[in-house]
Design a protein around this ligand. Structure first.
Ligand SMILES: [Zn+2]
Length: 160
């Protein structure tokens, strides 16, 4: 079976995780537009995806959110191009990342609803050498706004 393994974004090189998120000419522009080239350079040193995630989690909150938003926006652009949509500019993807970062920042500031039903859920630690991602999102129809967020934890995470 013939499979096109070229990067759908730049169409130049074979796509793997390193190319998709760090080495593609297009994503390099996104990282630079967000002022995160120094982070991208450091992440190139990672030996595995797991190590890259740990490096990101060790960043200060602002840089961490920006980096995660950049990765998310680049992945989103890649998937849209792969689905046949026209590629948006690197600057547009960087703007999308900035919006995602702002959304993520706002989530922690949203006050809890007084009538919210508390559910008893017990979070379980992931097995060693695995990371667990929990995510959630919400939309306030009357305000036409919403947000999303996620957290990545490993075995060392504090359970609650
Ligand atoms: Zn590429």
């Amino acid at each position: 079976m013939q499979i096109d393994t070229r990067c759908p974004v730049c169409g130049r090189l074979d796509e793997d995780g390193g190319h998709c998120f760090l080495k593609c000419k297009y994503v390099k522009h996104c990282w630079a537009a967000l002022g995160l080239e120094h982070v991208r350079s450091c992440l190139l040193e990672a030996n595995s995806a797991n190590q890259m995630v740990k490096m990101i989690l060790d960043l200060d909150t602002e840089t961490k959110l920006g980096s995660i938003a950049c990765l998310w926006a680049c992945w989103e652009t890649r998937n849209k191009v792969n689905a046949g949509e026209q590629r948006r500019s690197a600057e547009d993807t960087a703007r999308r990342a900035t919006l995602l970062k702002v959304d993520a920042s706002l989530i922690e500031k949203v006050p809890k609803q007084g009538n919210e039903v508390k559910r008893r859920q017990h979070w379980k630690r992931p097995p060693a050498e695995q990371l667990k991602i929990n995510c959630d999102g919400a939309f306030i129809e009357s305000e036409k706004t919403g947000g999303w967020g996620f957290i990545i934890r490993d075995l060392r995470a504090m359970g609650f």
